[in-house]
Design a protein. Structure first.
Length: 515
């Protein structure tokens, strides 16, 4: 028995070294952790239980190039895998793919979050006679992980980190997940790499310009978080999970903080300029409302005209969706609609209440937006809002005109639980200036001083017709006009009341969201 134990230890020790000390050293020289080091940084110390460690060791492919198992983050169970690029580059063979599939499957079975740390060029190229040798006709391999990813969608949170250059099938599983992290200078995602692009399209382009972290964070919107280091990536995943329940039947996490739910903020209203055409940073308002100013923004660089992310109010996790007047005056666009709708649907799937902060002149006009399908993209938001059953609260900070009221869910019929207005709010079918131009065009033109006449009418319109104090007398959908200072306190009281909200909807296989 002792000889057998010694042999087992020797084999396991070799497996722990992955592709060997030389390749580990090369990994470190690139500024990258090994797969095992990533898991050690991510998981609570001593909590990791590895699966199928000895797969492939006889063929000289220890672990089949992927570390997989379960562990804990902040005491809560998770399933995790990390592709090991020191072993055949982290390429996906049959057994490697099986471990991915099995990890996703176990996360779904146990109703715990899934975390995938990706560093793979895609499918492994093997000799024809060796293809499928590990699994025969089994469907559980890398090319079919999209099935358990899809089955797990909306049931358990799925988080991917791109920690190397990933191509082909290695990018589609992350794309099916809820959130994607990318690391500057290390992460790349593309369907076909620069060499194939060059040979097929004749286009010279670097990996960074084709599919680097900046490209996917700012332009494509594929990445949800762009970070500077692997350490920041792994700590970010831990932070993100702190806001999320383990599955779709668990209640939203509540974390005790020292920030009083009765805290008033007398300076909050000063963030908003008196002039309705001047910008301000909506994130400042979100952070002042949130417990201890803690706000974790999602897709911060993509479609910045809408701000989405997680925070806590009275210890309870919430999702903020807010217009950003600093970008395009807070107009709604095709890209912001995709970003907004996806975030709303995630929050709704995982019982996370939604807070809407409204300051928008409506949808962005122009041929570019129309030709790119803003009607179709905007309809996604309407679908997501109407479909959502979680508690939903809205505060109109300043402007809410026309389709903007629809896109932010504050029109009667959207079943937003409570809509509040600040005294600074203006709302209507059209903006004040557009309304004056429509109603008084002839009078303005005939007046002795057109500009003065226009300003008088604007002031009259804003004070009477666009003023919430005037509108509330005929609009029961506006719950109250509140002082900015009491906003946090009122939101928390609503959330405490709505914690037991239950909504039943007609049975259907699924809706047909306008994709």
């Amino acid at each position: 028995m002792e000889n057998q134990i010694d042999k087992l230890r020797e084999i396991k020790q070799k497996a722990l070294l992955g592709g060997g000390k030389d390749k580990i050293e090369k990994q470190h020289q690139k500024g990258k952790m090994t797969a095992r080091e990533k898991i050690e940084r991510l998981i609570d110390p001593g909590s990791f239980l590895e699966w199928n460690m000895l797969l492939g060791h006889v063929k000289g492919i220890p672990t089949e190039g992927i570390i997989a198992g379960n562990g804990k983050i902040d005491g809560r169970s998770v399933c995790v895998y990390a592709q090991d690029s020191t072993i055949l580059g982290g390429s996906i063979g049959d057994l490697h793919g099986y471990k991915m599939y099995h990890t996703i499957e176990r996360a779904l079975d146990m109703r715990v979050p899934l975390i995938g740390l990706h560093d793979s060029p895609g499918a492994r190229v093997v000799k024809p006679e060796e293809a499928g040798a590990g699994l025969g006709n089994s469907e559980k391999w890398g090319g079919s992980v999209f099935f358990p990813n899809t089955m797990a969608s909306g049931v358990v949170p799925q988080i991917s980190a791109i920690m190397g250059s990933c191509a082909g099938i290695s990018v589609y599983s992350p794309a099916l997940n809820d959130f994607i992290y990318m690391v500057d200078g290390l992460s790349h995602m593309f369907i076909t790499g620069p060499r194939i692009v060059k040979s097929v399209m004749g286009e010279d382009i670097s990996m960074e310009d084709l599919g680097g972290a900046k490209i996917h964070a700012k332009i494509s919107g594929v990445a949800d978080f762009r970070v500077k280091t692997e350490e920041e990536c792994l700590s970010g995943i831990r932070r993100l999970l702190s806001y999320l329940p383990s599955n779709n039947t668990d209640p939203v996490p509540v974390v005790v903080t020292d920030d009083s739910p009765d805290r008033m903020d007398n300076d909050l209203g000063n963030i908003v300029p008196q002039a309705s055409n001047k910008g301000y940073d909506m994130r400042k308002i979100i952070m002042r409302l949130s417990d201890n100013g803690d706000f974790y923004e999602v897709k911060a660089e993509f479609a910045p005209e809408i701000v989405v992310g997680f925070a806590r109010l009275g210890g309870m996790s919430v999702g903020f969706v807010a217009n950003q007047p600093m970008s395009r005056a807070g107009s709604l666009t095709m890209d912001s609609s995709d970003k907004q709708a996806r975030f709303i649907r995630f929050c709704d799937a995982f019982n996370i209440p939604i807070i809407l902060l409204v300051d928008t002149p409506a949808y962005m006009p122009g041929s570019y937006q129309e030709h790119r399908g803003i009607i179709r993209h905007g309809a996604k938001v309407l679908f997501a809002l109407c479909e959502a059953t979680v508690p939903r609260l809205a505060v109109v900070i300043r402007k809410s005109y026309g389709g903007g009221s629809l896109g932010m869910g504050i029109t009667p019929g959207f079943q937003t639980d409570a809509v509040y207005y600040w005294p600074s709010a203006e709302s209507g079918v059209l903006g004040a200036e557009q309304s004056i131009e429509l109603f008084y065009k002839d009078e303005i033109a005939k007046s002795t001083d057109p500009e003065k006449f226009k300003q008088v009418k604007l002031k009259e319109y804003r004070e009477k017709y666009a003023n919430p104090l005037y509108q509330i007398t005929d609009n029961p959908f506006i719950v109250d006009i509140i002082e900015p200072a009491e906003t946090r306190k009122i939101l928390i009281k609503n959330l405490q009341f709505l914690r037991t909200k239950k909504i039943s909807r007609p049975w259907k296989k699924h809706g047909n969201i306008p994709l």
